[in-house]
Design a protein around this ligand. Structure first.
Ligand code: 5AD
Length: 342
């Protein structure tokens, strides 16, 4: 069958075409899906080993100047609490993370110009000086010059998701953004020597399976190192609040195919997946994912950073359990670690 032909190409180490990728994503056959998951799991073991990488994220501001239609902290949302963490508070949270044995911190926020280039650089320099941790920034679109300054101040990695490679869908869901500008930012980050993160949402309005196949080809062609794939989840108070949630199965298929196509990459078992399926992270880790991001935002701010409904809060205690390898939700054969990396 056509499915077996693609499986043979994988065994022979041949590059898959977009059509091959599409065929894998489209299969509805239980047996074929199981085969796909099995191959992705095996490749994950061969390429990155039986190890789950732990990352911790501090969501340091939920102010945002943009109004992305899906996002629960968009400018247009009338949130009861907008907050900003100051440098000292961020440093304290970073040190808490370090004390758990975690070696990379992700600093994420809305697109908030309160944090000037100088402010961000100052935070980065202090984290480097006081902890030597790997730093991942996830603060959206900025100028090339800013990205360069952040790099020089100590940022190692940058997460800027493409969300979808379909320009029409991208521009519909992002009324303030230009698709070409987003691509440009991703290219700048790569040129400047960042370890580059991207990702997409599954189940966006107007998105087709072809689009998801294109997303995966894009990650391969761009040499993306971390790829966060999660279901779209409607967020209350947004224009998309009544749209259907993305499919768990399509998300898992996309993760599996991405492992097969992109090989040596960090694939998070995303918080979004955990939020719509209590077993979602374990399932993802069994079909190619190898990374977990812990939300380490201080408790008093956590509930205000709701990008979508019922965001599943993985807390510090779970982090400790996970680092000790005691997280029973992980597949038994997987060990937990936190090396430096994106
Ligand atoms: N559903 C799922 N994921 C979302 N994100 C933001 N809003 C939503 C939503 N409603 C994801 C985007 C973004 C990341 C920080 O969170 O992929 O890049």
């Amino acid at each position: 069958t056509a499915f077996q032909v693609v499986m043979n190409k994988i065994e022979l180490g041949m590059d898959l075409t977009k059509e091959d990728i599409l065929l894998l994503l489209k299969t509805e056959s239980k047996k074929e899906i199981e085969t796909l998951y099995g191959v992705a799991d095996r490749l994950r073991r061969e390429i990155v080993g039986d190890i789950v990488e732990i990352r911790a994220a501090i969501e340091f501001s939920n102010y945002c100047k943009k109004s992305c239609n899906y996002c629960g902290i968009r400018k247009g949302c009338d949130l009861p609490h907008r907050y900003r963490m100051e440098e000292d508070e961020i440093l304290e949270a970073v040190k808490d993370i370090l004390s758990l044995g975690i070696k990379t911190v992700i600093l994420q926020s809305g697109e908030d110009d309160y944090y000037t280039t100088e402010k961000i650089c100052s935070i980065l320099r202090r984290i480097k000086k006081e902890t030597k941790m790997g730093i991942t920034l996830s603060i959206g679109e900025r100028s090339r010059e800013d990205y360069l300054k952040f790099r020089e101040a100590g940022a190692n990695n940058f997460l800027l998701k493409i969300e979808t490679t379909n320009q029409e869908v991208f521009e519909r869901i992002h009324p303030d953004n230009d698709f070409d500008q987003r691509l440009q930012c991703a290219k700048w980050l790569k040129e400047l020597g960042y370890v580059n993160g991207s990702g997409n949402m599954i189940g966006l309005p107007g998105q087709t399976v072809e689009d998801i196949a294109d997303d995966i080809v894009y990650y391969r062609d761009m040499g993306i190192h971390m790829i966060g794939i999660g279901p779209f989840i409607p967020a209350p108070g947004t224009p998309y609040e009544n749209l259907p949630t993305g499919s768990v199965e399509m998300t898992l298929k996309a993760i599996a195919v991405t492992r097969i196509v992109c090989k040596n990459v960090f694939l998070p078992a995303t918080t979004a997946l955990a939020s719509i399926d209590a077993d979602g992270q374990r399932k993802a880790l069994e079909v190619g994912a190898n990374t977990i991001m812990l939300i380490s935002t201080p408790d008093k701010y956590k509930k205000s950073y709701q990008l979508y409904k019922n965001k599943n809060m993985i807390d510090i205690q779970s982090a400790i359990d996970a680092v000790k390898g005691a997280n029973r939700r992980l597949p038994k054969y997987l060990k937990v670690t936190s090396k430096e990396g994106i």
